[in-house]
Design a protein around this ligand. Structure first.
Ligand SMILES: [Zn+2]
Length: 162
């Protein structure tokens, strides 16, 4: 059941003017349909953008994106997930314990990838990290490409390889 937007009296679907107040119902229908027409391309664009975002920022397989994803998971406290997704578990690799995991959550205030060097299946990143616990410090991260996917190699590097 439809009602006149002006006076509230009941109206039928194909009525052009309101019987009660004379309100123009033709223009009202036009306005509604043009809004719908405008919304469809907008929705398509939004869906495409969301897809592109998902692909390039979540699944793009570059050393710097892997490091960004890794850091963002650590910062959310999803440490085990971060390690399982993005880290190589070499011999003697130890998973952090509950207490260590707690200290990760929200600890990275900001970070910046200063430089990146890719040599074949190895990549090196210099990252400036500002963390709540340690302040500003530079980290050197090594990544290795395994089966086409970049993974963080858990080895401390003293400096950036020149
Ligand atoms: Zn009316």
């Amino acid at each position: 059941m439809k009602y006149c937007p002006n006076c509230g009296k009941e109206i039928t679907e194909n009525q052009n003017f309101c019987d009660n107040c004379g309100y123009d119902l033709i223009n009202l229908r036009k306005r509604k349909s043009s809004k719908t027409i405008f919304l469809i391309p907008l929705l398509i664009i939004l869906v495409l953008l969301a897809g592109a975002y998902y692909y390039f920022y979540i699944y793009s397989n570059t050393p710097s994106q892997v490091v960004k994803n890794f850091i963002s998971l650590l910062n959310r406290g999803e440490v085990i997930k971060a390690i399982n997704l993005y880290m190589i578990k070499i011999k003697d690799f130890e998973m952090p314990n509950e207490d260590e995991i707690k200290t990760f959550k929200g600890s990275i205030l900001s970070y910046e990838i200063v430089r990146e060097k890719i040599v074949g299946d190895e990549a090196y990143l210099e990252v400036m990290v500002d963390s709540r616990n340690r302040g500003k410090n530079t980290s050197y991260i090594k990544l290795i490409k395994i089966n086409g996917k970049w993974m963080i190699y858990p080895e401390d590097m003293e400096s950036f390889p020149e």
